[in-house]
Design a protein around this ligand. Structure first.
Ligand SMILES: CC(C)(COP(=O)(O)OP(=O)(O)OC[C@H]1O[C@@H](n2cnc3c(N)ncnc32)[C@H](O)[C@@H]1O)[C@@H](O)C(=O)NCCC(=O)NCCS
Ligand SMILES: Nc1ncnc2c1ncn2[C@@H]1O[C@H](COP(=O)(O)OP(=O)(O)OP(=O)(O)O)[C@@H](O)[C@H]1O
Length: 204
């Protein structure tokens, strides 16, 4: 198995790159999806979140009220740190199970871990390759406002809740520039796929 971390700030274009790699044959593990699974009703992380943030973050049906929790943590670094301390170990443990399952199903699998918070979660050494998807702050704000219905202020709060571009460049083996056209992003992604295939062949 080749284990590749794919990171980048919010709305940089990670999932667009991941989808293209999946079309080529990569197995995708999506940390945002895993993060949703580990806070489902009955999961220990949800009980700890309720303890830490109070009943206001739990909806009437017992599920996590994501908007309520988001309104707290994207405006409060201390609250965010507390949330990360609860969710990150659970996300990590579940993700490792998914990596192991992919390796068992196909020892030559190219597994791409789509993880926005790679730098923040401090797990950079675990991967064979680290790919950073980069787009300028203004581009990302524009995408969040136009495509996701956020206000400019909400978008900037999310961006400022994350590692900086400098932090991400410092751990990058490969950078994809996703500030241009979609086609340009996909061309770079296709070249990345050839690079990954060559690495798998090289180690065979
Ligand atoms: C705060 C929550 C409830 C907000 O939910 P919401 O549905 O609005 O957003 P969603 O989960 O779809 O995340 C969207 C994007 O927000 C950013 N983001 C999410 N959590 C965080 C965080 N703790 N710190 C900084 N950015 C974050 C990421 O770029 C992510 O792709 C939710 O994001 C959450 O539970 N976060 C903690 C788990 C986590 O760290 N997830 C990130 C993947 S490891
Ligand atoms: N050059 C480009 N490269 C990538 N995406 C682009 C580009 N131009 C426009 N887009 C659009 O920007 C959006 C990027 O969203 P995407 O879900 O890929 O980002 P993300 O980094 O995974 O976000 P999140 O951290 O919220 O999961 C998509 O709607 C995509 O179509």
């Amino acid at each position: 198995m080749l284990l590749v971390a794919l990171t980048g700030g919010i709305a940089s274009g990670k999932s667009t790159v991941a989808r293209r790699l999946q079309e080529h044959g990569a197995v995708i593990v999506d940390a945002d999806q895993v993060a949703r699974q580990v806070v489902e009703p009955g999961e220990p992380a949800l009980a700890r979140i309720a303890e830490e943030f109070g009943p206001g973050v739990i909806a009437a049906d017992g599920s996590l009220d994501r908007a309520a929790l988001g309104a707290i943590v994207f405006n409060d670094p201390e609250g965010r740190q507390k949330l990360n301390a609860i969710t990150h170990p659970a996300v990590l443990a579940r993700s490792r199970e998914l990596f192991a399952a992919a390796a068992e199903a196909d020892p030559d699998a190219i597994v791409v871990y789509d993880i926005p918070l790679l730098v923040e979660a401090g797990r950079v050494d675990e991967f064979d390759l680290r790919v950073v998807v980069h787009a300028a702050t203004e581009t990302r704000v524009g995408r969040m406002v136009e495509l996701r219905g956020m206000t400019r202020e909400e978008a900037l709060h999310r961006i400022n809740s994350q590692a900086t571009d400098t932090d991400r460049f410092a751990i990058a083996d490969v950078v994809i520039d996703a500030d241009g056209t979609l086609e340009q992003t996909l061309e770079q992604t296709d070249a990345l796929w050839e690079n990954l295939r060559a690495r798998v062949r090289g180690s065979a």
